[in-house]
Design a protein around this ligand. Structure first.
Ligand SMILES: Cc1cc2nc3c(=O)[nH]c(=O)nc-3n(C[C@H](O)[C@H](O)[C@H](O)COP(=O)(O)O)c2cc1C
Length: 496
């Protein structure tokens, strides 16, 4: 039987080397150094490397927030950032030391509240979301509502944020070519993504910690997607359980995004949980951030919040992924189709088509949060068109980054994308008005996209083509020469 502790007893353990906390009624000692198998690669040499660590020192949000929540019931602070399952993934069984016994509280003892660092949000009411007319307007209201912590996390991008801004700016260099005398009274945004019918060519990209923005979190996003039969890609680092998220969106289509952790066994356990959720139709494996980008706004916030800073690699993501090894491993743990997210060159887009389990790619630079000064998704689409256009026939090509207008959506579709993802705009909508705010963001983008299609003379998204855009201003930026497709194939196979 689990040992029972009183909150008063828990309250005595508040030091880095002796740090207890209560989460969902259970008592954890997160300072116990535990050996955890760390599987870096599948080579025998380091397959069973043991690392002795305490969770306090490896918490990605910094140890300060753990220490400030030590000795108390930290459930509220924990819930604002994490789903319950993460406890099983990140903590060793010996760190669960018992349960809280409410009956044993000394009389008069007031339990200490959870410490929610930087969570102070504006109490000023925003105008009704229905009066907000653009994604940009919703973003500016979100900046008034979000806590300092959420702003630093959501808005930040790497280094000088050049890629983040270029992702959006580049759409302005593409001109639209409307055709006349085409009856577009009937016009539909419906399409398919990996064969699944969706109501919009716009999807919600995976973004961690939606509950920083609003208590309804990723479930709020699911409710909004459900209204449009739209796709939501659930982040591996969502603040709620995938099973709760899918329940909230009965008419949405879901995919689940994976970061492979250094602790491969923990990743496999999570994949086993995902196998139990039939609403999840494919796995999105994110590849552009095996190491975290240098996001100074986010780092600075953590420094001001705690003196300690964060662990070097968020949640211990594995840096040693490869085409052959990782896709073969993933194929053993899921039968779902795989979409590779974070493709940033035409060579990698082509390489993706050489693996039968890979049914799509998301051309993405993580919203400029990984490597700064990379090419934008628009430029990568142009490269694919120039050097290996057959990619568009073999797999679904999706993009995300910098989408703020319906005209951005139609330009991406005209370049060959099957769907277009939004990351920050969905979080900003959530911050302003929960699921109604996300719904408003999707409605604005849907309406703008339909207007642009009608004015171009297009009734179906599949009719959008390179004839509808003028990309002359961007052509001189494209690579001149290219390696051969055979060379790419040999390169990938040589690593077998
Ligand atoms: C706050 C935030 C959290 C994110 N978390 C994840 C994540 O957990 N997994 C992932 O693959 N991408 C993540 N991304 C990247 C998004 O999926 C997407 O690529 C990016 O936000 C698109 O750019 P946009 O914000 O300009 O729309 C995150 C982005 C933001 C802004």
């Amino acid at each position: 039987m689990a040992r029972k502790w009183s909150l008063w007893e828990v309250g005595k353990h508040t030091a880095e080397g002796d740090c207890w906390m209560v989460l969902h009624g259970k008592v954890y000692d997160v300072s116990i150094p535990v050996p955890k198998p760390t599987v870096l690669t599948t080579t025998p040499d380091n397959a069973s490397t043991l690392k002795i660590t305490s969770f306090v020192s490896k918490h990605p949000g910094g140890k300060g927030i753990l220490l400030r929540n030590s000795g108390r019931d930290a459930t509220a602070a924990f819930q604002s950032a994490h789903p319950l399952e993460i406890l099983e993934e990140q903590l060793a069984p010996e760190q669960l030391i018992g349960e809280i016994d409410q009956t044993r509280e000394p009389s008069g003892a007031d339990p200490l509240p959870a410490v929610m660092a930087g969570e102070d949000v504006s109490t000023e009411p925003s105008p009704p979301v229905s009066t907000m007319l653009s994604v940009g307007e919703i973003e500016s209201y979100a900046m008034q509502r979000l806590s300092p912590k959420a702003i630093s996390y959501y808005v930040s991008a790497s280094d000088d944020e050049i890629t983040k801004h270029a992702n959006n700016q580049i759409f302005r260099s593409i001109l639209l070519r409307p055709r006349v005398f085409i009856d577009c009274t009937e016009c539909s945004l419906a399409t398919t993504i990996l064969g699944h019918p969706v109501g919009l060519p716009i999807f919600v990209s995976p973004a961690a910690r939606a509950r920083f923005g609003h208590p309804s979190g990723e479930a709020g996003i699911a409710m909004a997607c459900s209204q449009f039969n739209a796709l939501q890609v659930i982040s591996k680092n969502a603040s709620m359980s995938p099973s709760d998220i899918v329940q909230a969106g009965p008419d949405a289509v879901f995919a689940w995004q994976l970061y492979v952790l250094k602790d491969l066994a923990a990743t496999e356990r999570t994949l086993a949980q995902i196998r139990q959720i039939p609403q999840i139709k494919f796995i999105v494996l994110t590849l552009d951030a095996p190491f975290p980008g240098k996001r100074e706004a986010d780092e600075r916030f953590k420094m001001s919040e705690v003196a300690s800073g964060a662990a070097a690699q968020a949640w211990g993501t594995e840096g040693g992924l490869t085409w052959q090894k990782t896709l073969a491993w993933l194929g053993k743990h899921t039968t779902l189709p795989i979409v590779l997210k974070g493709i940033q060159t035409w060579e990698d887009a082509y390489a993706a088509t050489l693996f039968p389990t890979v049914r799509g790619i998301i051309v993405s630079n993580h919203g400029g949060r990984a490597l700064d000064t990379t090419t934008t998704p628009v430029q990568v689409l142009l490269e694919i068109r120039k050097f290996c256009p057959q990619v568009f026939d073999k797999i679904d090509v999706l993009i995300d980054g910098g989408i703020k207008r319906g005209t951005d959506v139609v330009k991406a579709l005209a370049l060959g994308a099957k769907g277009v993802g939004i990351g920050r705009p969905a979080l900003y909508g959530l911050a302003v008005a929960g699921h109604e705010g996300v719904k408003r963001v999707l409605q604005i983008l849907a309406d703008e996209t339909m207007t642009a299609m009608r004015l171009l003379g297009v009734q179906r998204t599949s009719e959008l083509s390179s004839r509808h855009i003028n990309t002359a201003a961007l052509q001189h930026q494209l690579l001149e020469d290219a390696v051969s497709l055979d060379a790419i194939e040999r390169g990938v196979k040589a690593k077998l």
